[in-house]
Write a protein that binds this ligand. Sequence first.
Ligand code: PGA
Length: 256
Amino acid sequence: MRKKKIIIGNWKMNPVTKKDAEKLFSIVAKNVSNIKRTEVVIAPPFVYLEKLKKISKKIILGAQNAGSEEMGAFTGEVSSVMLSGLDVKYVILGHSERREMGETNGSINRKIKVALSANLSPVLCVGEKHRDENHEYFNLVKTQITECLAGVPKNLFSKIIIAYEPVWAISSTVNRHDATSHDSLEMSIFIRKVLSILSSPEIASGMRILYGGSVSERDAGDFLMNGGVDGLLVGRASLTAQKFIDIVNICEALKN
Ligand code: PGA
């Protein structure tokens, strides 16, 4: 059975004050209270989680990263177990901005396993920096998925979400350009095929694949209807309450 569509707001390192975080979260919460068919997730900076979880139960909390161990001498890290204790359900892992800071498929793989054992659902980000004429980027995405999910038991695959985020389309990328829903469709079909080889066609067909990269209220409908995806990972547009609410409403209004 296909799961609900999902819209995830990735606030990154924003907003800069707790007051602004509460305000943004509260406005979104108020306006999505009647949403039934779409899961609405916000992944704020860690420091706001405790406060935001008290504002609304309607919005599900996500985190933007988690450590690769459960506990111990890892200065500056926050573990999946700790996040789980804060009612966090999803954790974004392997985001391109974190890969840029040195994360590898191997370290992401460890994080995914620890997150799963803490009962969190990993949102694994994959995507190429550039497209090449020989379509090598398909192989790169395949390697990212295969290495990041190595050794993960098949029965846990359904807890994992794959977010395809071509780095060249992310809003903060210098000289970025738009991805189309066709780019997303092609890659989502390919990703589902990779997942079905790693698990089984049944398991893969029940998994959610998202698109992310400069999604706005203007193109969200196109990606959702024509991009072959089960939801969106939204960065910049999730920092403007009305834009994020519009994207959630667009998703909610879709036929299935
Ligand atoms: P963007 O970010 O929507 O600002 O491009 C998406 C992401 O990086 O998760």
